[in-house]
Design a binder for this molecule. Structure first.
Ligand code: PLP
Length: 431
C-alpha cells in the first residue's frame, strides 16, 4: 500500500517511508491510497475475535507486507496488552475507557505502535532515527514510554517549563536511556515552533534522520481506529444505532474512527466535541474554516486552534460539506459547562470523568436531544488522576493514585534547559 501527500506535490511512498518521514517533503499529510472494506462477516462475528485479531485485520492492508505478518501480530500483542472497557453510565450512554495503558492516556496505543514500527524499520540500519516531539502534556509521556529502549531510535521531547502538570513532567523526564527531555523557557507554541524550524533546517536534515511522533505520523494516527472496533464489539448487542462522541483537539482520533467506518463498521454518525477552541464546530456551522490561536482551558490536551488532522477528514469526504454533515456533528463547550457535566455525571452515576471525557459526554447529550433512539459512547481519553487539581476541586472525592503513576512519583527528574532554537540545534548536532 502506498501513501500520497494531501498537498499532491510529493511522490507516493510506502508505509515504511511514510512512518520514517512523518510528513511529506511538500509539508502535506500522508493518506492511504485506498481503504478496502472488511468483509461483512468480520463485523457479524466480531464478538468472537480477540482485540489482537481485530487489530490485525484492520491494520494489515495499510502496513501490507512491509512488516511480516508474524512480526505485525507480535507488535499488536505488545501494544494491546491492556483493557478497553465500555462502561455504561446511563441507559443509552456509555463511556469507552482508553486510559488503562502505561501512561493512562489514550495516546499510549498510537505511540507504542509507532515505536514498534520504527524500531522494526531501524533494525540493521546504520543510521539512527531521531524522533523530535513537542508536547503540551500528554503526548510526551506516551511517546517517552512507548519508545523507551527501542534500539536505533533516539527521542527528544520539548516541553514548556512550568506549564505541564507534575505527573506529566515526571512521566517524560524520569525515564532516561534513549529519551531526553528538553525543558523550554517558553510556551507550548514556542516548543512547537522550534520543532517546526528543525524539520526545515537543511543543515540538521543532512546530518540526521528526523521524524515526528504526533498524530500527523500515520503509525500514530491509524492504530487509533482499533478503539472504535473494540467498542463496537462490546456495544453491538444493544441492538440500536451506535454513535461515538470524541473529545477532539487535533482530530486524529475521530478521523481514525471515520477510517473504521470506511472499513465497514456499521456506525453512521460521529460527534466531535471541543472546548472553546471551536474552529471545527464553526466550520460545521458556516462552511468556513477559520483557524485561530488556541485558548487555554481545563481540557488542555484539546487546546488547538488549527487542528492538523481535520484536512484528512475533509479529504475522506472529498471535501463535500453535505456528506460530511451527514456523518459528523460538532459542538463546543465552555469550561463552566465542562465542570457542570463532571458534577452531573458524578451525582447521577457516581462516575468520575476527566475534563476531556466530560466534553465528550456533553457532545453526546446534545446530539441525543435530537436523536434519542441511539446508543451513545463517549471516549474517556485520560484517567481523571492526570487532571487531579481540576477533578478534586470540581467533585467531592479524593482520587487514589494508580500504580502506573505511583511508579514515576519517586523518580528523579532529569531535563536540559533551553531557551532558543540554536540550543536545540546544538544539542541535536552534538548527540
Ligand atoms: C490528545 C488528547 C485529546 C485529543 O485527541 P486528538 O486526536 O488530538 O483530537 C483528547 N484528550 C486527551 C486526554 C488527549 O491527550
Amino acid at each position: 500500500m502506498n501513501f500520497y501527500s494531501l498537498n499532491k506535490q510529493a511522490p507516493e511512498v510506502s508505509f515504511r517511508d511514510a512512518v520514517i518521514n512523518g510528513i511529506a517533503p511538500d509539508r502535506g499529510l500522508y493518506f492511504p491510497e485506498s481503504i478496502t472494506p472488511l468483509p461483512d462477516s468480520f463485523f457479524e462475528n466480531i464478538e468472537e475475535l480477540s482485540n489482537q485479531e481485530i487489530a490485525f485485520n484492520a491494520i494489515h492492508q495499510f502496513v501490507s507486507d512491509e512488516i511480516p505478518n508474524e512480526k505485525l501480530k507480535e507488535i499488536l500483542v505488545n501494544v494491546l496488552d491492556f483493557e478497553f472497557p465500555v462502561v455504561e453510565i446511563e441507559d443509552t450512554i456509555a463511556t469507552l475507557e482508553l486510559f488503562h495503558g502505561p501512561t493512562m492516556a489514550f495516546k499510549d496505543v498510537g505511540a507504542r505502535f509507532m515505536a514498534n514500527c520504527l524500531g522494526y524499520f531501524s533494525e540493521g540500519e546504520s543510521h539512527k532515527v531521531t524522533v523530535l516531539v513537542a508536547t503540551s502534556g500528554d503526548t510526551g509521556g506516551a511517546v517517552a514510554n512507548g519508545f523507551l529502549g527501542v534500539m536505533g531510535v533516539k527521542v527528544v521531547i520539548l516541553y514548556p517549563s512550568g506549564k505541564v502538570s507534575d505527573i506529566q513532567e515526571r512521566q517524560l523526564t524520569t525515564l532516561g536511556q534513549n529519551i531526553t527531555a528538553l525543558e523550554v523557557d517558553g510556551t507550548f507554541d514556542d516548543c512547537q515552533k522550534m520543532v517546526k524550524t528543525a524539520f526545515l533546517d537543511e543543515q540538521l536534515l543532512s546530518n540526521m534522520q528526523l521524524t515526528s511522533a504526533n498524530s500527523i505520523n500515520v503509525a500514530r494516527w491509524l492504530p487509533q481506529l482499533f478503539y472504535f472496533l473494540f467498542a463496537y464489539k462490546q456495544a453491538k448487542s444493544q441492538g440500536i444505532e451506535i454513535v461515538f462522541s470524541v473529545p477532539s483537539g487535533n482530530f486524529g482520533n475521530i478521523c481514525a474512527g471515520m477510517v473504521a467506518q470506511r472499513l465497514g463498521m456499521p456506525v453512521k454518525h460521529f460527534v466531535a466535541a471541543t472546548n472553546v477552541n471551536d474552529t471545527v464546530p464553526e466550520f460545521m456551522k458556516t462552511g468556513t474554516y477559520n483557524p485561530k490561536p488556541s485558548t487555554a482551558t481545563i481540557s488542555n490536551a484539546m487546546d488547538v486552534g488549527d487542528p492538523s488532522n481535520f484536512i484528512r477528514i475533509r479529504h475522506l469526504f472529498q471535501d463535500n460539506f453535505d456528506t460530511l454533515s451527514e456523518n459528523l456533528s460538532s459542538f463546543t463547550f465552555s469550561d463552566e459547562k465542562t465542570r457542570f457535566a463532571m458534577k452531573a455525571i458524578y451525582n447521577d452515576s457516581k462516575y468520575i470523568a476527566d475534563p476531556h471525557g466530560a466534553v465528550g459526554y456533553l457532545g453526546l447529550k446534545k446530539y441525543q436531544e435530537k436523536h434519542p433512539n441511539t446508543y451513545g459512547i463517549f471516549l474517556e481519553t485520560a484517567h481523571p488522576v492526570k487532571f487531579l487539581d481540576v477533578v478534586e476541586e470540581t467533585i467531592p472525592e479524593k482520587l487514589a493514585i494508580p500504580p502506573q503513576i505511583q511508579k514515576v512519583m519517586g523518580k528523579e527528574k532529569k531535563s536540559i534547559h533551553i531557551a532558543a532554537y540554536q540550543e536545540l540545534k546544538d544539542f541535536l548536532l552534538q548527540n
